[in-house]
Structures are given as C-alpha cells and as structure tokens.
Design a protein around this ligand. Sequence first.
Ligand code: EPU
Length: 439
Amino acid sequence: MKTPEKFVIKGGRVLRGTVDISGAKNAVVAILPAVILADEPCIIENVPDISDVEISIAILRQLGAVVRKISPNSYEIDGRGINLWTVPYQWARKMRASYYFMGALLGRFGHCRVSLPGGCPLGDRPIDQHLKAFKRLGADCKVDCGMVDITTPNGLRGAQIFFDLVTVGATMNTILAAVKADGLTVIENAAKEPHIVDLASFLNSMGADIMGAGTDTIKIRGVPYLHGTCYPVIPDQIEAGTYMVAAAATKGDVLVRNVIPKHLESIIDIMEKIGVKIEQYDDAVRVFVDGPLVKANVKTRPHPGFPTDMQPQISALLCLAEGTSIIKEGVSDARFQYVEELRRMGADIQVDGKVAVIEGTGSLTGAPVKACDLRAGAALMIAGLAANGITTIEDIFHIERGYADMQGKLRALGAEICKAPVSHEEDAKHEQDAKKNAV
Ligand code: EPU
C-alpha cells in the first residue's frame, strides 16, 4: 500500500505568475460514463489528471471498454465491447459520482445494477430524485444489499419529470438515461451548472437531440444511435475560483488562464466586494490585490448563484479580511466541517446550522490540519499559503480527487510547498511529548 502523504506549506509567499486551469472534474465524471452510450469510439480531450478520472477509467475498463491514453490529457475510449452492467461497491465506493454509471448503463442496456455511492463527508446526500426520474422513464428500481437494481420491463420511454429540488446529479443522470429513450423527455426545475451544459454538448456532438441545457427546462428527444466524437471538456470553474482566491489570500498577482469568465461571474462578484481586483480577458482572468481585504456576506445557491463548492475557500479568504462576514450555505447540508481545522490556524468562526459568522482576524498561523473533503482541503491549502509559519495538511487524497497537480501549479506561482510521508512515529512522538509536558 502507498504510504499516505501530507502537504507541507511554508506560508507567506506571495503568489505571482500564470496558472493554467484543467478540465472540469464535475463535467468529466459524467462525460466518461456517457461514452457507454456511444455506438462508436470517442476521444475526450482536456481530461484533468485527478484521481476521480482514474477511478472512472478503471470502472470503464472493468466493464469491458478499451481505453487508450493518446496524450497527457486525452483518451480514446471504445465502449462497444462493454458487456457488463454491474458496478459493485469495491469499484464505486471511492467516488460519489459513480452514480452516473446508473444513467449511462440504463440508457445503453435498459438495466443496471450499481452500488449506492459510498458514505459522504458532506452529510446526507440521497439519490431519491435520480430514482424518481428513472421510474418516470419506465424503470423499476429496487435497492438491495447496497445495490440499486434497475430494470425496464417495457423499455425506456420519454416522460415529463419535475424535480422537487434543484439537483445536479439527478439532472445529469436523467439526461444520460433519456438520450436514447423512446420519445420526448422534458425535465423541469433542472439544474443549470456549466457541467450540465457540457454533458449535453458532448452528447449533442454525437448526434443526441438535447435542448435547453443551462436553463431550468431541458428537452431530450431520444435518438437510436450516437456516433463517435472528439470532445474537449470545459475548464474547471471551481479550480479556477480556488486559484483566484489563493492569489488574493497571498496578496499576489496571478493570471488564471484557460477559463470561461462567464462561469466565474458569481465568484468575481463576491471577490470584488472583498476588495480583490479582477481583470477579465477572453479566456483568462487576472487577480491582484492593491488594498485592504474587507468583509462580505455570501450565500451559496445553485448556478448561477455562488457555488457551494467555493464556500470553504472564500471563507478562508474572509478569515484574512477586516470585519465580520456571514456565510449562508444554501445547497449542502453539512459543509462547515473544515471550520474546526481553520480554527486550529487561528480563525475565529462560529457556526450555527447552515450559517457561519467569521470575524476576520487579518492573519492566520500555520498548524497541522486534516482535509475532511475536497473543497475543505482546498480551503486549508489557501489558509496555509497565507498563514505565518508551517502548515501540514493530511488526508490529501481528498484534494487529489479534484485538483490536478496542485503542488506543481502552486510551486510555479512561487509557493513553498512539498509532499512528505505521513509519519505515525512522528505523531506518536508528538503525543508522548504532549503527555510529558502535561504531567
Ligand atoms: N439531493 C436530494 N436528492 C437527490 C439529489 C440531491 O435530496 O436525489 C439534495 C442533496 O442532498 C443536496 C442537494 O440536493 O443537498 C444538491 O445535490 P446535487 O444533486 O445538486 O449534488 P450532487 O450531484 O450530489 C454535485 C457535485 C458536487 C456539488 C453539488 C452542488 C458532482 C460529481 N458533484 O453533487 O461537487 O457540491 O453538485 O453543486 O458533480 C465537489 O466538487 O466538491 C462536489 C461536492
């Protein structure tokens, strides 16, 4: 087994230079399973080098697809040989987005057996809306022994689907299941995130007939055949936002390239309120700070609102600002677990349910901390870059699920960061020292 590693960051370096943003995690984790629906091989470009992609590709291979890496960020995938429609727990447990294999396998074979996605550090995340949509399309869904077993006694038929809440996952999964169904499917109260538009564009590039992605009504007319395509994944909105916040937190000056500025509007709006200067270009934004950072109130909402996936990072920035900021979490049930770790670095944050009150302290101090999920990890990276002293971040596998080469990209911007093995002997020694000191 690989020895677990931690990030070691010496804070206080001002980030300067240029960073290139990778393809979007939340788009690629749906586009890779979507290849199962293709009747010819596909080439997917701008694929980020992250562990969620490794897992998706491993699942595709185990199902019988032939996957060939043709350049550092492009894969050719031939799914014609797929002859399994079961995704067991061992394959699915490491990645919540494994639920996209349900929609894709169902759309191709009319049945599937896919493990419920494993436990999630972001609280209770049911998939009732996914199953509701599959049922509307004519499927029978049963859950037994942790597996979702879906059959379609009379095939998949287009239907009218209204989601009880705005859900990214269920919107994408319904598109996957409906794209080859018989007739017209209309999704109402659909999510509008950029990755939904990207999945629809990918499928349309293969001959699908999907209209309205990016609005709250999506219409999908089923087609019998999807031909091959060569498709580049959109840039990652959240990775871009994370580097923008990191630049601001260190009072740096960074050109964040390969972005779609339109996707960053809500992030830019809040950062400007905090006092960060942002210049927008066609496919880049320059982020710099030439004055004080000040408080701001933030409420996360579905797109085009401020993304929940940027909430921990912006909170880290607001710890460094002057004044009291209020953060309201409007999407996720449990997204303040990182607060405890930021407090170890000197942050003054009080949480009450889905609201956090941050008293800006102007500075943070390095400390040993643990990433409890992907964006929590990103927030701790930002805090560590800005803090005085050394920060060590454990459980970095969370970060590597969604950020391609974060260490390399930050180093190129001037950060002092390296990886080191997590040494349990070291931990035990610290514990012993602490006990001695306590006596
Ligand atoms: N929900 C239900 N029932 C459902 C589906 C969702 O109650 O059937 C609830 C969830 O519990 C949650 C809310 O609706 O409270 C929104 O869930 P959504 O389905 O929109 O989220 P998701 O598909 O599970 C995706 C991203 C998340 C991101 C959310 C919100 C992927 C693979 N994941 O999750 O990304 O936070 O949308 O935008 O696309 C991340 O990248 O760090 C991450 C967690």
